[in-house]
Design a protein around this ligand. Sequence first.
Ligand SMILES: NC(=O)c1ccc[n+]([C@@H]2O[C@H](COP(=O)([O-])OP(=O)(O)OC[C@H]3O[C@@H](n4cnc5c(N)ncnc54)[C@H](O)[C@@H]3O)[C@@H](O)[C@H]2O)c1
Length: 429
Amino acid sequence: MSLSYVHPASDSPWGTYLSQVERVLPYLGDLARWAETLRRPKRALIVDIPIELDNGTIAHYEGYRVQHSLTRGPGKGGVRYHPDVTLEEVMALSAWMSIKNAAVNLPYGGAKGGIRVDPKHLSQKELEKLTRRYTSEIGLIIGPHQDIPAPDVNTNGQIMAWMMDTYSMNTGATATGVVTGKPVHLGGSLGRVKATGRGVFVTGREAARRIGLELDGARVAVQGFGNVGSSAAELFGQAGAKIVAVQDHSGTVAHPNGLDLATLIPWVRQHGGVAGYAADGAGTHGAEVIPDEAFWDTACEILIPAALENQITAARAERLHAKLVLEGANGPTGSAADDVLADRGVLVVPDVICNAGGVTVSYFEWVQDFSSFFWTEDEINARLDKIMVGALRRIWEVADQHRITLRTATFAVACERILTARQERGLYP
Ligand SMILES: NC(=O)c1ccc[n+]([C@@H]2O[C@H](COP(=O)([O-])OP(=O)(O)OC[C@H]3O[C@@H](n4cnc5c(N)ncnc54)[C@H](O)[C@@H]3O)[C@@H](O)[C@H]2O)c1
C-alpha cells in the first residue's frame, strides 16, 4: 500500500513531531479521544510559482502554506525560503506553531509556509517577484482573520512588506494585519526583530535561575547566527555570559574567553556569515576557526541551537558539555537525542516555549495594527518578559507534577488547550 502524506519519512521533522505527540497522550485524560486532530494538518496548499529571471528564462518554484490547526484562532506562523523545504517539513513547522501558540496562550492556531529556493541565488528583483507571486497564490487562504504569516529562515521585514502590499493590492485595501514582522513604519512593532532572541534569553535566564546556574561568566555556544542566534547571543553577552563558539552555514569560530560580539555581529551582517572573521587580523580579538564538527565538543554551560532542524543527533547529544540547551531553532533535537539528553541530566528548554518570543511580539503587532495604536519598545519588552515567564512557570509545574521533560510538559499544557477548544467547538457539521 502506498503511504499517505501524513506518514513521515524516517527521521523527518514531521516524524519527530508525531513522536512528541505520542509521548503526551498519557497526560491528556479523556481529551486523548481527540488526539488524531493533532496528527493531521487541517489544510495544506501546494502552489507553483513561475517567475521570469533577470536573464529572461522562466523558473518554477514549489511553494507551500500549511494550516495545522485553526481551532483556537487564525493560523499563525512564518515563511521559510530554503532549498530543503518540503511539504513534510512545513507540516512539522506548522504543527509546532499550534503547540507554541497554545503554550503561551495566544489566540491563534498554527500555520507555516515555505518556498523551496535558495534566495542567495536570486537578485532583489527576482526575490520580489517570487514573494509577490507566492503571496498571490496563497492569498486564497491567508488574511488578517484567517492566517497571518511572519518571517522565518531567509525571510525578513522587506519580504513581509512585499507580502502585505501584494495582499492589499489584491483585496483593494491596505491590510497591515495580514503579516507580522513588517518594517516599523508599515505597521510593524518595535522589538519584533529581536523578540525571538529575547524570548530565548528570558526562558534561558529563568531556567538557569531554577537550576542554580549563574549567567555572569557562563560559557555559551551558539549555532546559527541569524536573527535568532545573534539577538540571543547579544542579550546573554549583556548579562555577563561569554559567547565561546558561533557556527553558521559558512563555518565555526571560537574563543575560550568569549568572542567579541561588537565586531562579530557587524562582520556577519556585512559578509553574510562568520567565514573570514577569524582570518581578518583586525578586531577579531584572538578568535580562531575550528572544524564544524568540533563545535559540538565546545566546553560550555549553555548551548543554543538557532539554525535548522535535526542538528542535535543522538551521537552529538552524547558529546555535549552543556548543562542547559535552549532551542532557539525549531526542531533542532531529534527524539532519540532528546532521550540521551534527558538520561544525561541535560536540561532542554524546548523550541515550543523557548523561541515563542517572536510569535508573542507578532501577536502584539497584530493587536496594534487592528487598534492603530502603537506601544513603546519598553512596554513590548516588559509584556514579552511577563508572558514568557508566566508560560514557563506553568510548564515547570506540570513537569514537576508528572516528572516529565519540559518538552512533554509544554505539549501537555498546549495540547490540553487545543483539544479542550476542539471539544467545546464540536465537529462541523
Ligand atoms: N525569526 C523568527 O522570529 C523565528 C521565530 C521562532 C523560531 N525561529 C527559528 O529559528 C531558527 C533560525 O531562524 P532565523 O530567523 O534566525 O533565520 P536566519 O535566516 O536569520 O538565520 C539562520 C542561521 O542559521 C545558519 N545556518 C543555516 N544552515 C546551517 C547549517 N547547516 N549549519 C549551521 N548553521 C546554519 C545560517 O547561516 C544563519 O546564521 C529556525 O529554526 C527558525 O524556524 C525563528
